[in-house]
Design a protein. Sequence first.
Length: 173
Amino acid sequence: MNGKSCLRVALLGAESSGKSTLAAALAARHGSVWVPEYLREFVETKGRVPREAEQFLIAATQIERERAAAIQAKKYLFCDTTPLMTALYSRFYFGAVDAQLAALADSEPYDYTLVTAPDSPWVADGLQRESEAVRQRIHRLLLDELAARAIPFLLVTGALARRLAQVDAWLDA
């Protein structure tokens, strides 16, 4: 399949819940590509967490990278986060979602949505990750947001091998 007809798979989840590991493993398993989370690159490059005014830029850059990667995708494009997660974190940390970011989060549909359970040990990274309590709170907020938007999703749990099996069964169904 070419990039225009690939199925976009959103991987959502709180910090340190295995999104990147799962996205990379799924891309390898399906002979396709994945789009790393731009926020991680932003934090590493700038040496700080983003400000409120930078939330839209982060989400827009993520979408630009998805569009570029879609050209190389084979059937599936695995997207490590989406503008919806950026909006959720914006609401959590800044108390609001910028109108441009909200519009972007509303306008980007995905064919499949996976949610990584926060069931692995929480790992601090010094900048981006805050605490186990925040991770659990974000997970609950994400599940509430998906329910409010009526977005169907698969909650993946356990170690990587189990998660891969769960996703494969869901994609094949």
